[in-house]
Design a binder for this molecule. Structure first.
Ligand code: TTP
Length: 226
């Protein structure tokens, strides 16, 4: 899809995460392009910051940085997100800095319940809306050999908490209470709801449905909502 010449809403990704792109495409959204941030977004956490506050702050910061980069076409609706793991003691875990850090994270999660929290922010230069979705997962006990071998695959290094539910670490998860898509990086149900507020729906729904306004998620003006 090319940038909209007629100002119809078009989805632009303020994210470089391949998982987020795949999840949106899997749900049937057309992605007009990637909106790159105006500068580097500092993802470091504030002292004592709660993980649910941190993901919201960071998703908003990513969205704002991309909105600040000019040259987006009229009708561009941007989407950004952030995911953090909150360890068994509640402390936030971002992406591991190296293999040793990944091993330490996985040892902390071994045999324990923990939370994965994702915030998604959607908006234009005028209006932004956000959602925060939290899931709980319990890991099986992981031996040091399992942890070492898993980290050696390289899979954990670009993922919060040092694992990918959608990958080899799917075998570590004994129980999950929440939204799998949110764990992988983008809560699809909440995202569909937010995008619908901006007039963006999956391509398979067709524009006829949008124009008739007969879908349950309503094409509302996001500025009319709380
Ligand atoms: C827990 C978990 C995280 N992740 C990923 C999702 C996110 O990409 C990543 C968390 O890092 P983020 O900082 O949220 O995102 P990102 O840097 O990958 O991408 P961007 O900021 O450009 O949008 O961890 C998985 O893929 N699977 C999982 O099971």
């Amino acid at each position: 899809m090319t940038p909209d010449s007629d100002s119809r809403p078009a989805l632009w990704l303020a994210s470089g995460s391949p998982r987020r792109r795949e999840l949106l495409e899997q749900a049937g959204f057309l992605i007009a392009g990637r909106a790159r941030p105006s500068g580097e977004v500092d993802e470091s956490l504030l002292p004592g910051e709660r993980p649910d506050w941190a993901v919201l702050r960071l998703a908003q910061a990513k969205l704002e940085a991309a909105l600040a980069a000019s040259s987006l076409p009229a009708g561009a609706v941007l989407l950004a997100a952030d995911t953090l793991v909150a360890g068994p003691d509640g402390r936030p875990m971002g992406k591991p800095v190296d293999a040793a850090d990944a091993e330490a994270m996985l040892a902390t999660l071994s045999g324990q319940w923990h939370r994965v929290i994702t915030a998604v922010a959607v908006g234009t230069g005028q209006v932004q809306r956000e959602a925060v979705v939290e899931s709980r997962l319990r890991f099986a006990r992981l031996s040091p050999e399992t942890i070492r071998a898993y980290v050696a695959t390289g899979e954990p290094l670009d993922k919060a908490g040092g694992y990918g539910l959608q990958g080899r670490a799917g075998g570590f998860v004994e129980a999950i209470d929440g939204d799998c898509s949110a764990v992988i990086g983008l809560p699809l149900s909440a995202t569909c709801r937010l995008l619908a507020m901006f007039g963006i729906r999956p391509a398979w729904m067709g524009r006829g449905d949008m124009e008739r306004g007969d879908m349950d998620r309503g094409d509302m003006d996001p500025s009319d909502t709380e």
